[in-house]
Design a protein around this ligand. Structure first.
Ligand code: NAI
Length: 216
């Protein structure tokens, strides 16, 4: 459960609602019934009504959902209307790809700084920002007060760094390092990203594709 008593699984579904509703708006759709939205999202209408009712419900009987309003409201709930300051730690292959290809502003974040411990990378420009040496961290954090750290560093470096970043005021980690930050810092928000988990789900689907046939 979240602090407001909303189940984490509902909150985890919100970005998908936001994305679908955004796409429908781009296509020029103005309103939609819960049934139609359910069909597009491979959910049930009652699931959608239940989820959105957690936040007060946005639909009107007989009218459905006003998509512009729904998009704005879900965006507000998610906080994508904010401008949270984010720093990237680790300007290697992954870090550079993320910094370059993510439109952070669309997601309520503003990438304000990039750090790397490799002196050869300091001064190079990634996504319009000069990569800073880690010796700049404290001065920069005092001035900019970023809230989010994006970790694209090796697992072995993550614990020491996470401790330091929390002491400097970081309250949220987008963590690609495969290190479990929650173990030592229970009060910070952590989103662990493991691309491997996603492909393993595919491997499972392929491995078990014939299970139903075998049972018949
Ligand atoms: P990379 O070696 O190209 O980049 C790592 C960068 O981190 C280097 O530039 C290095 O100088 C820097 N670094 C190391 N320790 C640091 C510290 N204490 N402070 C600041 N910078 C530091 O590696 P790549 O390919 O970018 O991958 C980064 C990490 O992400 C790896 O640990 C890899 O296993 C992981 N990874 C995670 C994925 C996921 O789904 N979570 C997917 C792919 C990679």
């Amino acid at each position: 459960m979240s602090k407001k008593g909303i189940s984490i699984s509902v909150i985890k579904r919100l970005p998908r609602y936001y994305r679908f509703v955004g796409e429908l708006l781009k296509q020029g759709t103005v309103r939609i019934s819960s049934g139609e939205l359910a069909e597009k999202m491979s959910l049930t209408a009652s699931q959608i009504r239940q989820d959105l009712n957690c936040f007060g419900g946005f639909g009107q009987q007989g009218y459905g959902y006003n998509l512009q309003e729904l998009h704005e409201q879900i965006g507000k709930i998610l906080g994508v209307d904010q401008s949270y300051k984010a720093v990237l730690i680790g300007a290697g292959n992954l870090g550079r790809a993320i910094a370059t290809h993510m439109n952070f502003k669309e997601y309520g974040c503003d990438l304000v700084g990039i750090f790397d411990s490799d002196p050869a990378k300091a001064g190079s420009v990634v996504a319009g920002l000069k990569v800073m040496p880690v010796s700049e961290t404290e001065r920069f954090f005092k001035a900019e007060k970023p809230q989010i750290a994006i970790l694209c560093i090796p697992k072995t470096a993550a614990q020491e760094l996470a401790d330091k970043l929390v002491s400097l005021g970081i309250t949220a980690f987008w963590n690609f390092s495969h290190y479990d930050i929650k173990i030592t810092h229970k009060d910070v928000a952590v989103e662990n990203v493991h691309l491997g988990d996603s492909i393993m789900t595919l491997a499972y689907a392929l491995t078990h594709a014939d299970d139903d046939k075998a049972e018949e």
